[in-house]
Design a protein around this ligand. Sequence first.
Ligand code: HEC
Length: 207
Amino acid sequence: MYTGMLHTHTLVVGLFLLLYLVKTFLLVTGKEDTLAVFTTKTKWAERVISVLFLATGIFLYLNSGNITWMVHLKIGVVFASIPLAIIGFKKKNKILAVLSLVLLFVSYGLGEANKKQATKVEKPQLSSSTGELETGKILYTTYCEACHGANGDGQKSGAKNLKISALDNTGKSMIIKNGKGAMPGFSALSDAEIQAIVQYTDAFKEK
Ligand code: HEC
């Protein structure tokens, strides 16, 4: 469900950006007649796209395991760009229209940066006397619990249920290192640390 919503959101945002790229281009190059025709012809498409943009965005926000200040900034930037676009196109103000488009691209970039944010959380202090399972637990709590939940069956951001995962050690390690879909890759973790986490997640199954 989450993954489907994420793909729909990405598609809809892409279409929205494309639409505004064309409109801004027409405004900036002074092709006002073409802009008027284009705006009329795409009126309904734009409405549908805007509603889907908002609806999928709200769904993702409510079901994400990775809401940080970046997400809030991103939402703020999107909402700031809306009045700029409305006024820009109404008053045929090129600067406002371009600024609005720039803000939309900035918010897109923030969304991409946010995905990596989950991996940048500071590593907890681990001493050499900390056992492997304990190490796994500490790292899991720090990096994984937000999406996978304390018992492995959390499904925020579309996370897979680790209690029923059919992946072997290698498969799990690969996903933890490289990420997949909405899950970021934790390439900064050492092989030993990843092994410790895998051992810890394997224990979810017996419960
Ligand atoms: C931002 C949320 C998020 C975080 C944080 C996260 N995951 Fe995931 N995880 C996911 C998603 C989403 C998937 C499903 C990926 C797919 O198949 O498209 C997944 C899949 C997996 C899988 C594969 C399960 C299977 O059977 O296919 C494993 C293993 C896994 N995560 C372990 C971890 C571990 C360990 C951590 C911490 C180091 C972690 N994840 C952190 C979201 C997250």
